[in-house]
Design a protein around this ligand. Sequence first.
Ligand code: SF4
Ligand code: SF4
Length: 217
Amino acid sequence: MNDDREKLVDMFNSTHLGDCLRELSLIYDDVEKETSAFCEDYNIHCTAGCGECCEHFMPDITPAEAKLVASYLLLLRKDISLIDKVQQPGQDHCPLYDESNPYHCQVYSVRPLVCRLFAQCASRGKDLKAVFRRCRFSGGALMPERLEFPVESDIKTMDDYGLRVHSLESGEVKDLDEAVTNALGEVSMIAGFLGLKRHNSNDDGDDSTPTPSPQAS
Ligand code: SF4
Ligand code: SF4
């Protein structure tokens, strides 16, 4: 399990939240392993340094995903200005995107499922065939334009992973800013009960592990 996610799971050990974060993190482990293998098998690579897919995009995320991001912001990142930014109303793109950050995503280790799958995975069409389509920002040089797999192939699709993540916890899928804003209160309350040190306005340091080089943001 990724270090940041492991730390968060340990912090909430023996709570329902901790169980939920563990299950989600294990799904992310599978996604990381399987999308890496898929991209290697089919020669799919993002343009170096690119993060255009995040730039005008607001991810839809589940309540469990929102709690993981909220936990990371409150307990590992502890950056009050970033937490405030997420909670600004009326945003039309992801508040966690940072053009000046070489990795673009400020919560890379806990980023939601859709961000892990974009241009890294096939999706299933109405005819049930799995289809991979090239990211329209890629310029075409680093990934095939389209791959199609027969219905009987065992290629994992976005729908397969989505079903697993959605089944973790009931609740509506929402835009990331709204979902994380909702989750911050609950996570903060549970962290308070457990005596965990949350963000502090005098501490804007990032004591999490460094962001790894992304394949896709
Ligand atoms: S999927 Fe990859 S190539 Fe496409 S915009 Fe995102 S980072 Fe760039
Ligand atoms: S990868 Fe990060 S910055 Fe990009 S859309 Fe997802 S959460 Fe936002």
